[in-house]
Write a protein that binds this ligand. Structure first.
Ligand SMILES: [Fe+2]
Length: 262
């Protein structure tokens, strides 16, 4: 990939986003969230790439993966008015389809196109399939970290906004009540991810998002979590109970271990 290819992808992506622009304020707000998310995931990706000391060529491929990772969100929202994959489509698979059908990557060597399409496809799977080749595996881990690091930002902003300003598709339509499912706290103590299917309330969803820390891969990612005070800021949005405070402490302890060992 050449620098010109990456620049052309950025222009193409801007035009692709613009093609979804809507006169409906609610729809435009939801598209804007994804546009800004993409920009920020690209920045996170570059920080991780730098920390891993990737050469220019590999860093550009990483950035292209970040640029295209959520491209499926645009047609998903346009058709279904939601970002909830379970009631619409798998947005990662849809994104891969868009890349192929539009031939957006047309100028790149076939191997690079495959790498980008496959990393986009795998960015949201619950568990990374075993036996990926090392090269692809590294990009998949990078995009998953870069993505989560920004989803935390998106949600902290969302939780802090008055209802009228919130982008409606972000909260997944879960009831915003303090009740939570105790088994999710057990997951946090056991350092395990939480399944989307187990969510009943927005509080459950916040706890699920905290558990994403257990899926981070790179030292740079843990440093970003600490720099941005994500755990403390999430804790402030949660109900003030002893059970929750203990679970948040368990997450903090995990981060501290990672920071020490990284
Ligand atoms: Fe995504």
């Amino acid at each position: 990939m050449k620098r010109d290819d990456l620049n052309a992808f950025k222009t193409w992506f801007s035009m692709y986003c613009a093609s979804f622009s809507s006169d409906l304020e609610e729809d435009q707000k939801n598209f804007d969230v994804k546009r800004k998310h993409t920009d920020d995931v690209c920045s996170n990706m570059l920080v991780i790439a730098q920390d891993l000391e990737l050469d220019d060529q590999r860093a550009m491929i990483a950035e292209a993966i970040a640029l295209f990772h959520d491209i499926g969100r645009f047609p998903q929202y346009q058709q279904y008015k939601t970002f909830q994959d379970s009631i619409s489509v798998n947005h990662a698979a849809l994104g891969a389809k868009v890349l192929i059908e539009t031939a957006a990557l047309g100028n790149l060597p076939k191997e690079e196109q495959d790498l980008i399409v496959r990393a986009v496809t795998l960015h949201n799977v619950l568990a990374i399939p075993k036996e990926l080749d090392r090269n692809l595996l590294q990009y998949v881990k990078m995009i998953r970290d870069a993505d989560k690091l920004d989803i935390w930002r998106v949600f902290l902003e969302y939780y802090a906004q008055p209802k009228a300003d919130q982008a409606t598709a972000v909260g997944l339509g879960l009831p915003d009540i303090p009740e939570y499912s105790p088994e999710i706290l057990t997951n946090l103590h056991q350092r395990k991810l939480v399944l989307l299917s187990s969510l009943k309330t927005l509080t459950d969803f916040k706890l699920l998002q905290l558990a994403w820390i257990f899926d981070l891969n790179f030292p740079a990612s843990f440093r970003i979590v600490a720099q941005r005070s994500y755990i403390d800021r999430f804790a402030l949005t949660l109900p003030k109970t002893d059970d929750i405070a203990d679970a948040v402490d368990a997450v903090r302890e995990y981060l501290n271990e990672k920071l020490k060992n990284g």
